[in-house]
Design a binder for this molecule. Structure first.
Ligand code: NAX
Length: 328
C-alpha cells in the first residue's frame, strides 16, 4: 500500500544500525513498492551522532523513505509503529557480572516493552537483536500484556546464516543448495546448529558430509563461536552480517518463507519438542500471511536432544535470574 509502514529501530546510532537503516530505507525489508517511515530511538548522549546518520539518510534521497523521526523517549518514538527492531542494548563491560548485564538490559527492555504495549499499532511485530537477545525479548514480552506473545521474537537468523554458509563451504555447493537448516536454543555459545534435518541439493546433509567428527568438532564450535572469531579478527563485533540477518528475519516474518524450506526464529516456546513454555528459544519456523508456525514432527536423536536441552537449560536459568530481579 502507499501508506508508509512505521518501522521503529533502537540503538540507531550504533554499528549494526549504520548498515541496517540504509537497507530498510532502500526497500530491502518491505520491497520496492512499500514506503517506510523510520522511528529511531537512542539514548540522549547519542542523539547528536544519530542526527548525523539522519543527514546521511537524507543525502541518499531514498524514494521509499517518507519520513524519519528520532528521539530518546520510547513512548513517543514507538507511537503507532507496525514493526519494531530492538537492536540497542547494554554491552557487557569489563568486570561486569552476568547478573549485572541482565539487570542493565532489564532496565531497557521493561521500559521498551511497556512503551510498545501502550503506543504501538495493533499489528506490531517486535524483533530483538540486542543481547542477551532471547531473554531481552522475554522481558519486553512480559511487560507488554496487551500484545500477543507470539509477536515477540529474538534473532537467531545470523546463527542460521552462519551455519548455512559453513555447510555450503564444506560440501562445495552454493548457499542456494542448502535448505532446512535449524538453530535450536539460545543465541549464545550453547546454541545447537542442527545439520541432521538440513538438505544439500535435496539430499540429507549428514549423508553428503558423512563425517560426524566434522559435525561435532568443527561445524558446531565454528558456528557457536563465530561471533567471538569476528571480534578477534575485526576488532569489533559483527555488524553488517547482524544487520542483514535482522532484515531477513523481519522480511520473512512479514512476507513469508519460501516453499519447501524453513528458517530459524527465536519464538516463545509452546511445548513443541518438549521445550516447556516460558522461554523464547530458536525453532525451525515457516511463515504464511505474517504468522509463523513451528515446524513440527522432526525426529530428534539422542545427540541432538542433549544439545537442545543444554541450551534450553541456559535459557531457563536466564529466565529465573531476571524473574528473581522482578523484571518479568
Ligand atoms: P553498538 O554499541 O555499536 O550500538 C548500540 C547502540 O544502542 C548504541 O548507540 C547505544 O547508545 C544504543 N542504546 C543503548 N541503550 C539504549 C536504549 N535504552 N535505547 C536506545 N538505544 C540504546 O552495538 P552494535 O554493534 O550495534 O550491537 C547492538 C546489539 O546487538 C548488541 O547488544 C550486540 O551484542 C547485539 N548483537 C546481536 C547479534 C545477534 O545475532 N542476535 C549479533 C550481533 C550483535 O552482537
Amino acid at each position: 500500500s502507499n501508506t508508509p509502514v512505521k518501522v521503529a529501530v533502537t540503538g540507531a546510532a550504533g554499528a549494526i544500525c549504520y548498515n541496517l537503516l540504509f537497507r530498510i530505507a532502500a526497500g530491502e525489508l518491505l520491497g520496492p513498492e512499500q514506503p517506510v517511515e523510520l522511528r529511531l530511538l537512542e539514548i540522549t548522549p547519542a542523539l547528536k551522532a544519530l542526527e548525523g546518520v539522519v543527514m546521511e539518510l537524507d543525502d541518499c534521497a531514498f524514494p521509499l523513505l517518507s519520513k524519519v523521526e528520532i528521539g530518546d523517549d520510547a513512548n513517543t518514538v514507538f507511537d503507532g509503529v507496525n514493526l519494531a527492531m530492538l537492536v540497542g542494548a547494554r554491552p557487557r563491560s569489563k568486570g561486569m557480572e552476568r547478573s549485572d548485564l541482565l539487570e542493565a538490559n532489564g532496565a531497557i527492555f521493561t521500559v521498551q516493552g511497556r512503551a510498545l504495549n501502550d503506543h504501538a499499532a495493533d499489528d506490531v511485530k517486535v524483533l530483538v537483536t540486542g543481547n542477551p537477545a532471547n531473554t531481552n525479548a522475554l522481558i519486553a514480552m512480559s511487560n507488554a500484556p496487551d500484545i500477543p506473545n507470539r509477536r515477540f521474537n529474538a534473532l537467531t537468523r545470523l546463527d542460521h546464516n552462519r551455519a548455512v554458509a559453513q555447510l555450503a563451504q564444506k560440501t562445495g555447493v552454493s548457499v542456494n543448495a542448502i535448505s532446512q537448516m535449524t538453530i535450536w536454543g539460545n543465541h549464545s555459545a550453547t546454541q545447537y546448529p542442527d545439520v541432521f534435518h538440513a538438505l544439500v541439493d535435496g539430499r540429507p546433509a549428514a549423508e553428503v558430509v558423512d563425517d560426524q567428527d566434522w559435525v561435532e568438532n568443527d561445524f558446531l564450535p565454528t558456528v557457536q563461536k563465530r561471533g567471538a572469531a569476528i571480534i578477534d579478527a575485526r576488532g569489533a563485533s559483527s555488524a553488517a552480517s547482524a544487520a542483514n540477518a535482522t532484515i531477513e528475519h523481519m522480511r520473512d516474518w512479514v512476507r513469508g518463507t519460501p516453499a519447501n524450506d524453513w528458517v530459524s526464529m527465536s519464538v516463545p516456546s509452546d511445548g513443541s519438542y518438549g521445550i516447556a513454555e516460558g522461554v523464547i528459544t530458536s525453532y525451525p519456523c515457516t511463515v504464511t500471511d505474517g504468522e509463523y508456525s513451528i515446524v513440527e514432527g522432526l525426529e530428534i536423536d539422542a545427540f541432538s536432544r542433549e544439545k537442545i536441552d543444554a541450551s534450553v537449560a541456559e535459557l531457563n536459568s536466564e529466565r529465573e535470574a531476571v524473574h528473581g530481579m522482578g523484571l518479568l
